[in-house]
Design a protein around this ligand. Structure first.
Ligand code: AMP
Length: 289
């Protein structure tokens, strides 16, 4: 039977017991409305750890003013069902008051190149919210391994950096992007798309594919690749580009030329919904997506 925990103290106790029994704990933080992308992280944790914990928490501090906090899709009953089916041992579903009680005043602030571009530029404060909530979850659950998706490539870089910089005692694993049949990266936000918008959404992936083909054909100029991607995305009339960035996959430093371990990342709006996607070129580390 899957256990559902809402209180921080109880989650701490659960984790203490697991560790006391000499078992390993794998932890998957999510904002819920679970899909196969999330479940790929759960399945990896199931394989690699004795006990699997999943959190569902729509973290208000990572949403900027005017962003989609109120529209963010939620269905906790469905999430419980899917988690149980995938063999999750414990779900941690804290309330906002539990996580950020009155008087809450401490935040983790990532700085430097890793947050200067991509979503760090278009969503100021976003990674401060992400780093803060993940630091809290790590302190509460004390997992041996924490799982993230390559879908949120910059988030994975920020969290790895935080874990290293703050000497946190956990291993960070990053799993590949899970896609729909037409290439659209799975996302809870896809459920916000109208049928017409859903038809336009694979434009992001198509532009990334185009970039991949260009590189395979020997085109390494970031400017040229970006221009081709822009042209391609403009063919999808309702896709409004937020950014197209070509950066080093580990440090997120912008590149003039594509080389080994390059990340090509895009963000675009389709109607009111903002979607992100990325591909890695010439990856050398097998463990990464
Ligand atoms: P979210 O609920 O959107 O905050 O996502 C929770 C975790 O699932 C993050 O580490 C995401 O990167 C990961 N994730 C979301 N969508 C996908 C996907 N399509 N493929 C792989 N991982 C994903």
């Amino acid at each position: 039977m899957m256990q559902v925990i809402t209180a921080i103290e109880e989650m701490r106790r659960y984790s203490r017991n697991i560790r006391g029994e000499g078992k390993t704990l794998g932890f998957v933080p999510t904002m819920g409305y679970l899909h196969d992308g999330h479940m790929s992280l759960v399945d990896a944790a199931r394989k690699e750890c004795d006990i699997v914990a999943v959190s569902v928490f729509v973290n208000p501090v990572q949403f900027g003013p005017g962003e989609d906090l109120d529209r963010y899709p939620r269905d906790i009953e469905r999430d419980r069902h899917i988690s149980e089916e995938h063999g999750v041992d414990v779900m941690f579903i804290p309330s906002e008051e539990e996580m950020y009680p009155d008087g809450y005043s401490t935040f983790v602030e990532p700085t430097g190149v890793i947050v200067r571009g991509l979503c760090g530029l278009s969503k100021p404060g976003h990674f401060r919210g992400v780093a803060t909530v993940v630091a809290k979850f790590l302190n509460i659950t004390k997992p041996h391994v924490i799982y993230f998706g390559q879908k949120d490539a910059q988030q994975s870089v920020v969290i790895k950096r935080m874990v290293e910089d703050l000497n946190m005692d956990t291993e960070v694993r990053v799993m590949p992007i899970v896609r729909e049949a037409d290439g659209l990266a799975m996302s809870s936000r896809n459920s916000c798309l109208s049928p017409e918008e859903r038809g336009q959404a694979p434009g992001l992936f198509r532009s990334l594919k185009r970039a991949e083909d260009l590189v395979a054909g020997g085109e390494y100029s970031a400017d040229k690749i970006r221009t081709e991607m822009e042209n391609m995305m403009r063919e999808t009339p309702d896709l409004r580009i937020d950014y197209i960035e070509i950066v080093d996959a580990h440090g997120l430093m912008p590149l003039d030329r594509v080389k080994e371990n390059t990340l090509i990342a895009v963000a675009a709006r389709v109607g009111r919904t903002r979607l992100i996607d990325n591909i890695r070129i010439g990856k050398t580390r097998e463990s990464e997506a």
